[in-house]
Design a protein. Sequence first.
Length: 416
Amino acid sequence: MAKTMLIAVGTGPTVAHGICFSIRQQNPENIVFLVTQESKEKTMPIITQNKILEGKKYSEIVLSDPNDVERVVEELEEVVKSLKYKPEDIVIDYTSGTKAMSAGVTIAGIKSKIGSLVYVSGKRNNRGVVISGNERLISLEPNRINADELFERAVELFNNFQYDACIKIIDEAKSLLVDKEFQRKLSTLMSLAEVYSCWDKFDLKRAFEKLDSLTGNEFLPVWGVKSQIEENKSTLYLEKSNDYCKERLADLIENAKRRGLEKKFDDAVARLYRTIEYIAQYKVNKRGLYKSNEKGVPQPDNLDIDRLPPALKSKYEQCRDSKNNKVKLSLYSTYELLRGLNEPIGTGFVEEMNRKGSKLKKLLEIRNNSILAHGFKSVNESEFDEMLNITQKLGKSVIQDLDYFIEKVNFPTIKL
C-alpha cells in the first residue's frame, strides 16, 4: 500500500472514474491531486463525491502551466520534497492530464526516485479514454530503473579496477530496491569489489578469506568470471603462504600495470622499482641466503653471511648494521651480490648500470627523483612504458614462463 499518491487530473467523468479506480487499487492514506484550472472545476467535483475518499487526507495543487513540461517537473519535484514521506512510499498516477503533465510528472517521479509510477490501461473509446469498467492498473518502478543503472555503473567501475568507487555505488543502489535477487547480485558484486580492493592493496590474507567465501556463488558463472576467480584463489593461497613465489613477481608487475592504466605513473614506477628489487631478492632467497624469522619466513633485511662463499664474507660483513646486527642490502648491492655468486642476472644488471648512457640507470634515477621517492619530478607515460618493458625482461630472465603466471594473477572482468 502506498502511503501517499500524486495524481495528474484530466477532464471528464470517465477520467474521474479511472482515477477513483486507481485510488481504490493503491489505497493510499494521503492524496495530492495535480490539477489544471479546468480539471479543478470539471473533474474534481466528481472525484470528491466518490466514497473512495472517505477517511483519506487529500489536497489539490493547481499547476501554473500544465502545457510546459519543464515547469511541471520543477513544481512536482518541490511537491515531493514538501511531503513528509520517503520517496519510496510515494506513487504517481500519470494516466490523465495534458501530455505535458503526463511527461512532467513521470520525469519528476524518476528524478525524485519515487516508489512507483502507475497508469490505468484498458479498452479505449474513440477519444482515447479508457472505457469505464475496463480498467487495468499498470505499475512501473523507477527505482528499479535507477537501481539497474547503478548496478551497471558499479560493474563498469569494477571492470576498470576502481573497486572503492564500485563499493560506494553499490551502497547507493542497496536502498533503492528490496528485490531479493537484486540484493544477492549487489552482495556478490560488493564481495568481489572488496576482494580485489584488498588484493590491489596487497592485503592478501583478507582478499583470500573473502574470495574463499564466494565458493559456489550462483552469479560467478553467469558473469563469466568463475574460472578466472578459481585461478585467482589458488594464486592468493600461494602468495599469502610464500613471500618468494613466481605468482608474487607476476602480481607486482600486474599491480604496476593497473596503476599505469589509471595514469598514476609515479605510483606505477614505484611498484616497478620494487619489482626489480624483488627479482634480485627472489634469486638470493632461492640460494637460501636470507635468515628466517621465528615463523620461518626468510627476511630480505637479514642476509646470512655464514652461507656466503669465503671470498664474499668480509665484503658483506661491512654492510652489517651495528644497531640491529643485520645485513640489509640495497637494490644495487643485491644484484652485485648475485654477480659475485656468478648469477647471470647479477652480472648483466651491474654491467648495464655501469655502462655509459645506460637506459636502466636513467630509469632508476627517474624513479629516485620522483615525488614518491626522493625528489619532486613526475614520471610520464613513456618513462613508465620503458621501465615496464625492462622489468618484464628482467622477470623473464629468472622465470621463463612469466606470462603464464601473469595470466593467473589477472583480475577478472564481469560480462553482463
